[in-house]
Structure formats: C-alpha cells, structure tokens
Design a protein around this ligand. Structure first.
Ligand code: 8YV
Length: 320
C-alpha cells in the first residue's frame, strides 16, 4: 500500500537503490526521485520546500548546495557505511541528522578483500581469461605467487581492516598496519604509510574516503611497495591516485592489484581495462542479498526513529 500523501513525510532519493528498498520506503513515505528525474531543477522547484528527508548512497549523496536549498530538511539517511559522498559537515552545521549503515556490511567487504588478496598474487582472474580465450592448449600460464607467510600491510584498521586481519591470520599472513588511531591489537603498528608499504608484500586499503585521504596511495607509495608488491583496494577509489596506479602497473613497478572501487564510478579507466595484472570488480563488496537487505533495514530504521521523535540508531558522528 502506498503512503498517504497527506500524513507522510516527503523524501528525496538522490542515488540508485534496489527495488526492495524503494518498495519499502514507498509504503511509509512520499518519494521524489531526483536521481532519475528528467528535469531535476523543475522537480526541486516544485517539491523542495516539502522535503524532510533525503535517502543517499555511498557513491551519490547531497552536496552543500542541495542541503542548504531544502529549508525543511531534517535527516539524510545513507544506504552505505561510507559517508564521503554526502557533505556531512554542511548538514550537521544546519542541524540535519545524517545516518549510515555500519557493521552490517563489514563481513562481506572483508570477504571480498580476502578473495582479492588471494586472487591477485595467484593470478586467478588472468587464469580464467586465459582458459576462456582457448589459450590453455597453446601455452601454460606463468606461475603465481603464494600468500602464506607474506607480509600484509593494512591501511586503516577500522571495522573492515580488523575483520580482514582475522581472515588473513587464517591464511598465514604476517600482519602489520598503519592507522591514525592507537589500537590494542597483536599486529605490528607502523608510524607512517611509507614504512608500512616498504615492509609489505600486499598493501590493503581500508581507510575512510573523502578529502583527508584523497590520493593517499600515490607513486611514492607504489615505489615503496616495490616490484613484488600488490595493492588491494575495497574502500574508495579516491584514496588511490589512479593515474599513478596505471603507470605503476604498466611499468611493472608493482606486481599487481585488485580493486573494487574507482575514482569516477560507474566508470573504470580504459587504461586499467587494458592492463593484465589487475583484478577489477564494479563496487560489489557489499552486494549480497543478505547484506543489502540489512543495509536497507537500517536506512528504514533510522528514518522511522527520526520521524517518531526518537534517537536514530546509527548516526554519523559529528564531523564538524
Ligand atoms: C555500497 C559502500 O556499494 O557502504 C558503502 O560505503 O560504498 C557500499 O556498500 C553503496 O553505498 C551503495 O550505494
């Protein structure tokens, strides 16, 4: 049953969402789809003053201009743990609540990360391409590299980094990390990113996105990682200088990479597409039936709590 337009809050959708989330939202709220609008300006002019909530995504969220234009905006509920696509500071300055979906996706993201840590050194994607292209009879593939006993450097030991470390222990990796926060863990802590990269065979990126980490993984880091090193990124495309990654892979200044995220999603650069020694997936780390359902439930729970006048379950901490 659709929501009663007289009594329901009106929400603006600013990203792509799975049909089951849209259907659930529609039962309780009046929705306006800015993401798919033919004329976004006309839509905003018409419904802007009535909008009380925004539903955002990890790749697409409202900027300061949109936030400040919606004078009756109360809440932004993001279908993501990462909140770098939303201008959280602009929202919080205005007293607009921002919520996200932490914890429920940690295991899936760490699982893909672990798969990548095996896939890149063992050349699994390359091997599959070799087989499908009918090359098996003509030529044997070059050997891969095993991971047992190799040094894993985790950049950002938060929820995903910690879950990944647990998995990596099972595969016999020797774990080090760099984090701006002190952690009580049995892994080696490195005071800076370069010393971690220098001492790692595989560098795993699991820090926050946004301006503070833009191009953190750059040419200097690739050179520190070295020609036998692998980069794995399941966090945000903006953290890696993509041009430097292309150059490092092409010049074999690193051995390989596996990435789920890109600078300009949903586009992956042609130069990476044409490179053999990289595994690429289209931002699927949290894309399972179970996790996307749990993320949707959190989006709904945050909106429900807010419109019932209760504290929201998973607010984004104050970023001001
Ligand atoms: C989603 C994500 O792919 O949670 C995040 O931060 O990037 C992913 O889980 C994205 O939010 C879907 O909109």
């Amino acid at each position: 049953m659709a929501a009663d337009p007289k009594n329901s809050a009106e929400l603006l959708l600013v990203a792509f969402f799975p049909p089951f989330l849209r259907a659930d939202l529609e039962k309780e709220y009046v929705l306006h789809d800015l993401f798919n609008a033919d004329d976004p300006e006309a839509l905003l002019a018409e419904v802007g003053p009535r909008i009380r909530g925004i539903v955002a995504g990890g790749m697409k969220g409202p900027d300061a201009e949109l936030i400040n234009r919606l004078e009756n905006l109360e809440i932004i509920s993001s279908f993501s743990v990462g909140f770098d696509a939303t201008d959280v500071v602009a929202a919080q300055k205005r007293g607009v609540i921002v919520t996200h979906t932490p914890d429920v996706l940690t295991d899936d993201v760490a699982d893909l990360g672990m798969a990548f840590i095996i896939m890149a050194p063992r050349r699994i994607a390359e091997a599959e391409r070799h087989l499908r292209a009918g090359k098996w009879k003509q030529a044997r593939m070059d050997l891969g590299t095993n991971v047992r006993g190799k040094k894993l450097g985790i950049v950002g030991l938060g929820r995903v980094g910690s879950a990944l470390a647990k998995r990596a222990e099972g595969f016999g990796l020797d774990i080090g990390f760099h984090d701006i926060v002190e952690k009580d863990v049995p892994y080696r802590r490195y005071p800076d990113l370069l010393s971690l990269a220098e001492d790692s065979d595989i560098l795993f990126v699991s820090c926050q996105g946004g301006e503070s980490t833009r191009n953190l993984i750059n040419a200097e880091v690739f050179d520190a990682l070295g020609p036998k090193g692998f980069l794995v990124n399941v966090a945000r495309g903006t953290i890696v200088d993509e041009d430097a990654l292309v150059a490092a892979l092409q010049d074999k200044r690193i051995a390989g990479a596996a990435v789920d995220v890109f600078r300009d999603e949903p586009n992956a650069p042609e130069a990476l597409m044409a490179t053999e020694n990289i595994v690429m997936t289209p931002h699927i780390a949290s894309s399972t039936h179970e996790t996307r359902r749990a993320m949707a439930d959190l989006v709904l729970a945050n909106l429900r709590a807010h419109f019932a006048g209760e504290p929201v379950p998973t607010p984004v901490p104050d970023q001001r």
